[in-house]
Design a protein around this ligand. Structure first.
Ligand code: SAH
Length: 357
């Protein structure tokens, strides 16, 4: 049930829960499967033509089914990447990015409106966290993108706005829904979840039986540098984080990948590359991979990005010390495809005083 309306948020339900729900509406259980597969396509109720009209009417009355609405859509002229700004039922906005690679398509989804983690370089956290997204609001981004593009979403990355492990229950539910073969059927091995490092939740995730790829935002090799960039490090330090990553690998067999955003003069020196290689080798003692990301500059933070040559040097130093690393290709650079910035723009527009006429 949604809190405000008391109506059932049936897109957040598993097929089994849906069976119960449709039964209470006086329908045969098999209708649940039909409904579940329509929702995975992002179809509005009136298009669910194999459901009786009387049932569709009941659904519209008893249920809460509002797919994210496309507020803004930017298409990259360079590589066709699409950035969506979606509005939700209460007017909150979140972003998703649809990317095409040689091996398939991938959608980056948001898990919260805003973020409470306070990372110094990030646009999504500048105004704090407004609320968690429901499972249906996360799933809805994927269904709406599939419907809009007419393409299958082959993979999901949870790297949009929000800290997914700070919205744990809804995110776990989303993972079960989106991977269900009766719906979107996106394999868990094609799903990556990115976290700033909420250690107890990483350990909990390791026990869920959901073999998603864990991406950990490390961004610094030592506690002093990391705490200055990411306040979460004061709660869970680098050593405890790496220990949790190792447990994740041991329990799921999935290689952990690390994100390391290079910020000029803060964490991008050769010395840091050396320290990073040694903490990963000593702390992980298992396969891992480092994704280097050039900082996407956010005016409010005052931080700047190093040049490509410096990033390349950092990568070479890691490789020289036996750590696999790649510099992340930037898709959609002409549409500012990294997350949080469109939402921020929209907030600023809303708060702007009305022009005096
Ligand atoms: N809360 C999750 C997902 C966030 S976004 C997490 O912290 O992992 C995905 C990645 O983008 C994270 O590694 C995040 O630290 C990084 N990121 C955030 N702002 C950035 C920026 N301005 N430039 C480059 N990377 C950024």
């Amino acid at each position: 049930m949604t809190e405000e309306t008391g109506r059932a948020d049936f897109m957040s339900m598993t097929p089994e829960e849906l069976e119960e729900f449709v039964t209470t509406l006086g329908e045969k259980p098999y209708r649940a499967g039909q409904l579940f597969s329509w929702m995975a396509k992002g179809a509005p109720i009136e298009e669910m033509t194999n459901l009786p009209a009387s049932f569709r009417k009941k659904l519209a009355e008893a249920g809460e089914y509002r797919l994210p609405v496309i507020e803004k859509k930017l298409v990259s002229r360079i590589d066709g990447t699409i950035k969506y700004l979606f509005s939700l039922c209460d007017g909150e906005c979140v972003e998703s990015v649809f990317m095409r690679y040689e091996h398939g398509t991938s959608l980056c989804v948001s898990s919260q409106a805003g973020c409470a983690m306070g990372c110094r370089f990030c646009a999504s956290t500048l105004n704090g966290r407004v609320r968690n997204l429901t499972a249906s609001e996360i799933l809805g981004q994927a269904a709406a993108a599939a419907r809009d593009t007419g393409e299958r979403v082959d993979g999901i990355v949870m790297m949009g706005i929000g800290e997914p492990l700070d919205n744990y229950d809804n995110v776990i539910r989303f993972l079960r829904l989106v991977s269900d073969p009766r719906g979107m059927g996106i394999g868990l091995r094609h799903i990556s979840l990115s976290t700033c490092g909420l250690v107890p939740r990483i350990l909990e995730l390791a026990g869920e039986g959901l073999p998603v790829t864990l991406s950990v935002s490390l961004h610094a090799p030592d506690d002093e540098t990391r705490s200055a960039l990411m306040p979460v490090n004061r709660r869970y330090n680098v050593a405890s984080l790496l220990e949790a990553c190792r447990t994740y690998f041991e329990k799921t067999g999935r290689r952990v990948s690390f994100e390391y955003t290079l910020i000029a003069g803060k964490n991008d020196g050769r010395e840091e590359a050396g320290r990073l290689a040694s903490v990963l080798k000593n702390g992980m003692r298992c396969p891992c991979h480092v994704n280097l990301i050039l900082l996407n500059e956010v005016a409010e933070t005052g931080l700047s990005t190093p040049d490509r040559g410096r990033a390349e040097e950092f990568r070479r130093e890691l490789e020289r010390r036996g750590v696999n690393a790649t510099i992340r290709r930037r898709l959609g650079s002409d549409i500012n495809a990294s997350c949080g910035q469109l939402r921020l723009q929209r907030l600023a527009e809303k708060n702007k005083p009305a022009p005096v006429s």
